[in-house]
Structure formats: structure tokens, C-alpha cells
Ligand binder design. Structure first.
Ligand SMILES: NC(=O)c1ccc[n+]([C@@H]2O[C@H](COP(=O)([O-])OP(=O)(O)OC[C@H]3O[C@@H](n4cnc5c(N)ncnc54)[C@H](O)[C@@H]3O)[C@@H](O)[C@H]2O)c1
Ligand SMILES: O=P(O)(O)OC[C@@H](O)[C@@H](O)[C@H](O)[C@H](O)CO
Length: 433
């Protein structure tokens, strides 16, 4: 018999005072930022999600506690994470506004996916609109400074958030706009910890490890990295105690993470299912995909800024992380929002290769796999309607590519290589169309 997870049952400390707010309460926040914050007992998090109403309710019933199961090559281990002092559905707007207005709150972290930073017309109800409403209230209430810390896999994520907020604030009063410029700090980050969506088997296995009945456990890998660059005007938790690193310039690390890890994930997410694979660990064991992944890393290495030895070491660790059977990362989860990810992860390398008159097969395979994905699978992407329609049109490879980059779409050799690779993937999978 298992005991329901609560602070009393787990002999956990009382909730720490809320000094940090999080938007986008999902698996990753709980495996990453919350774990770094837990090491500093003076800081508690108020975590919000505007889309998933079930998770905050479950966490509230568990006094904010959940189990983190870490699975690597050895025996799995589990710990109870107690950094979330309160969890709220986004419908609790008054509480959201009160938290962001509070001078006790010094920072807001975000994991709202790449698509969450996209602006489209009316911002009401979007993540950016809600952050802007929170800042407006803070400006009126105390005007205390605040640090915004985006933790999504976007190049220059602090700058992307700053631009989104500036644009959304374009019609606001001038004093509020200048307060944003002077009092809101946008921190750049590189975040890394592979954290797939939790399955029912994970729930059962975690309960066996902890002895608690927990409806919101998270499963993650042993590896974790957090690099940050920027200011925290009212302070921050001692995240460095858990290994976070504060640096002046993130560019080279960001490129390494987005090209080597996320770029390879994107390649596998599209070419993998076309060859019958469902998870990352399965895909990297497939001979064609293993060769394509190695080829992607070779090609990306030609254009990366970090020294060759660093990249070789990073690749070696990625091979181990990807092939771990501990965390089974579903390729279709990674395949979401391709239009927001491919331009940052695949296209910079492809452009550099085409400028050097080369036709690298791995980026071509990623684009061909994406085309098959758009044609054959349920597509989750803010541009899904437009892209699915282009993918079914005559001249689809050129038209889909033109939705991302017109110059690449005018590269006839590239378009025809993508078209050939679609056929190649279909034949390799033993399918004909
Ligand atoms: N899971 C990982 O391994 C991992 C690792 C590094 C970075 N990340 C980043 O974290 C993000 C979330 O990953 P997760 O595993 O927590 O996913 P998740 O599905 O568990 O949670 C996603 C959260 O984002 C919110 N969200 C989704 N789309 C949104 C949108 N358009 N606008 C605003 N909010 C939105 C959801 O409500 C939810 O709270 C990823 O997209 C990625 O940018 C994830
Ligand atoms: O939605 P994405 O592509 O940003 O993320 C999916 C995975 O590639 C990603 O979550 C990795 O697991 C993560 O970036 C590892 O740190």
C-alpha cells in the first residue's frame, strides 16, 4: 500500500516563501529549474500553467511536492522535490497578477515552448499577453525591478522575449514602456536535461521507488546543465550550488546545444518515424539514422565555434545520452512545432554548406522527414494549416521550404535533393507511395 504524497507524509519542510514565479508548469520545469531552486531553502516557486488545468490541481493536492525519478545506466533513484510552494491553473488570474506585482518576487522563469514566443495579432490570453499584464500590475504597484528568465530552446531566448514584450507593449503608456526598458532584465539561458512526458508506467515505477502515491512524477536523465547570462536586480536563488554557471557570453554554448543536441533530435524526430522508429534510443540504434546523426554532427562541427576537442567530447556524451534506455523520449513529442525549430537548428548549418557548394545528406534528410511528417502525421505546429496544405500541393518540397527560407527554396539542387530523399526514406522503410 502506498501513502498519498503530501508534505506531512514526506516529512518535508513547510513551503518556502514565494520569491520566484514560473510560467509553463510542465515536465521540464520540474526536472530542471525547480531542482536547482530546491537547493536554496529560502526560495519558493509559485508555478502557473495556462493550458493544463489537471497538473496544478494534482500538485496542489500534493502540497506542491512530486517525485523526480532519475534514470541512467545504473539503478534508478528518486527524490521528492519541494521547491514549488504553490501551483496554480492560469484561470487564477488575480493570484497571477498579485504574485507578479509582489516586491517579494524577484524573478519569473518561463518554459512556454518555442511557439509561445510567437506574436500573432491579439496578445490577450497568450503567454506574452499574460506576462505583459503582470508587468503592468507590477509597474503600478511597486515598480520594483524583476528578472525574466526564459528556459526554452531558442537562440538568444532572453532577447527573443525582450522583443516579444516590447512589441506587445507598443500601444502601452510611455512611462510603462520606459519602465520595462529600465527595470526588467531579460536573462539569456542555455538549458539542458532530457525530460520526456511522463507515462503511466513511470507513475507506477516511481511509486514503487518512493513508497508514495504520486500522480505527478517526472522522469529525467542524470545529466543537467544550466548556463545563464544577465542581471538579477533583486537577487536570485543560489542556483550555482546545484551547478548552474553564470557566464558573460552564451553564444558558443547555445550553438553547441541547439545544433548538436536539438538539431540531432529534430533530424531523428522527422527521419526516425519515417523509418519506423518511435523513440530517440530506438532511432540511434537504427543503422541509417545512426549514420545520419554522425553525419549531422560532422557537418555541424565544420561551422561551430567551440574547439574540436570540446565538440568531440560533447558528441561522445550525446551518443550515451541518446542511447540510454532509461529515458525513452518519444520522437513525436520532439516533432512538434518544426516551423519554429528547424530555422534555428538545421538551416544555419545547411546555408553554410550550400554556400560552400556542398549538399550534406543529414540536413536534407531532416527536411525530407519533415515533409513526410507534414503529409502523414498529426501535425502540432502554430503554422500547421498552412504547412500541411503546402506539403500536399504540387511542388511541395520547394513550397514547404519557401515557408521557412525563400533563398533556400530557390536553390533547385537542394529542392531536388529533398525530393529524392523523401523517396529514399520511403524506399528504405520498405514503403512505396
Ligand atoms: N522536456 C525537455 O527535455 C526540455 C529540455 C530543455 C528545454 N525544454 C523546453 O521546455 C519546453 C517545455 O517542455 P516540457 O517538457 O515542460 O513540456 P510539457 O508539455 O510538459 O509542458 C509544456 C508547458 O508549456 C505550456 N505551453 C505549451 N504551448 C504553449 C504556448 N504556445 N504558449 C504558452 N505556453 C505553452 C504548457 O501549458 C505547459 O505548461 C520545451 O518546449 C523546451 O523549449 C524542454
Ligand atoms: O521541443 P524541443 O525540440 O525544444 O525539445 C524537445 C527535445 O529535443 C528537448 O526537450 C531536449 O530533450 C532538451 O532540449 C534536452 O535538454
Amino acid at each position: 500500500m502506498t501513502t498519498r504524497l503530501t508534505r506531512a507524509a514526506a516529512h518535508a519542510r513547510p513551503p518556502a516563501p514565494v520569491r520566484a514565479v514560473h510560467l509553463g508548469l510542465g515536465a521540464f520545469h520540474r526536472a530542471h529549474q525547480a531542482v536547482y531552486t530546491m537547493a536554496d531553502p529560502d526560495w519558493g516557486i509559485a508555478a502557473y500553467t495556462f493550458r493544463n488545468t489537471e497538473l496544478p490541481r494534482t500538485l496542489a493536492e500534493q502540497d506542491g511536492l512530486y517525485s523526480l525519478q532519475v534514470r541512467g545506466e545504473g539503478e534508478p533513484r528518486a527524490e521528492i522535490v519541494d521547491a514549488i510552494s504553490r501551483a496554480h491553473p492560469g484561470s487564477e488570474t488575480d493570484q497571477w497578477l498579485a504574485d507578479l506585482a509582489s516586491p517579494d518576487v524577484t524573478l519569473l522563469t518561463l518554459t512556454i515552448t518555442e511557439a509561445g514566443y510567437r506574436l500573432s495579432g491579439d496578445q490577450d490570453g497568450t503567454a506574452i499577453g499574460r506576462v505583459l499584464a503582470g508587468l503592468r500590475g507590477r509597474h503600478r504597484a511597486s515598480g520594483a525591478p524583476i528578472a525574466l528568465v526564459p528556459c526554452d530552446n531558442l537562440p538568444g531566448n532572453g532577447g527573443v522575449l525582450r522583443e516579444a514584450i516590447r512589441t506587445a507593449a507598443a500601444g502601452e503608456a510611455p512611462d510603462f514602456r520606459s519602465w520595462i526598458e529600465d527595470h526588467v532584465s531579460f536573462v539569456d539561458t542555455v538549458v539542458d536535461r532530457i525530460t520526456p512526458a511522463t507515462t503511466e508506467q513511470d507513475v507506477t515505477a516511481t511509486a514503487r521507488l518512493t513508497g508514495f502515491e504520486d500522480r505527478a512524477p517526472v522522469v529525467t536523465e542524470p545529466f543537467s546543465e544550466w548556463l545563464l547570462a544577465g542581471d538579477f536586480p533583486l537577487g536570485r536563488p543560489a542556483w550555482e550550488n546545484s551547478g548552474a554557471r553564470f557566464v558573460d557570453d552564451l553564444a558558443a554554448y547555445e550553438q553547441r546545444k541547439l545544433w548538436f543536441l536539438n538539431g540531432a533530435h529534430t533530424l531523428l524526430a522527422y527521419a526516425g518515424p519515417a523509418l519506423g522508429c518511435a523513440t530517440v534510443d530506438e532511432a540511434v540504434r537504427h543503422p541509417v539514422l545512426a549514420r545520419l546523426t554522425a553525419s549531422w554532427w560532422d557537418v555541424a562541427s565544420r561551422h561551430a565555434s567551440l574547439p574540436e576537442e570540446d565538440l568531440a567530447d560533447y558528441r561522445q556524451r550525446l551518443r550515451q545520452r541518446f542511447s540510454s534506455r532509461g529515458v525513452r523520449h518519444n520522437l513525436l513529442q520532439i516533432a512538434a512545432d518544426g516551423s519554429q525549430k528547424i530555422p534555428a537548428r538545421i538551416l544555419p548549418v545547411l546555408r553554410a554548406e550550400r554556400a560552400a557548394q556542398r549538399m550534406p545528406d543529414a540536413p536534407v534528410a531532416a527536411l525530407a522527414g519533415w515533409l513526410i511528417h507534414l503529409r502523414d502525421r498529426p501535425v502540432s505546429d502554430p503554422r500547421a494549416d498552412e504547412l500541411v496544405s503546402l506539403a500536399h500541393s504540387a511542388d511541395a518540397p520547394r513550397r514547404v521550404l519557401s515557408a521557412l527560407d525563400v533563398t533556400l527554396a530557390n536553390d533547385r539542387e537542394l529542392v531536388s535533393a529533398v525530393e529524392d530523399y523523401v523517396e529514399h526514406l520511403r524506399l528504405s522503410a520498405g514503403r512505396t507511395v
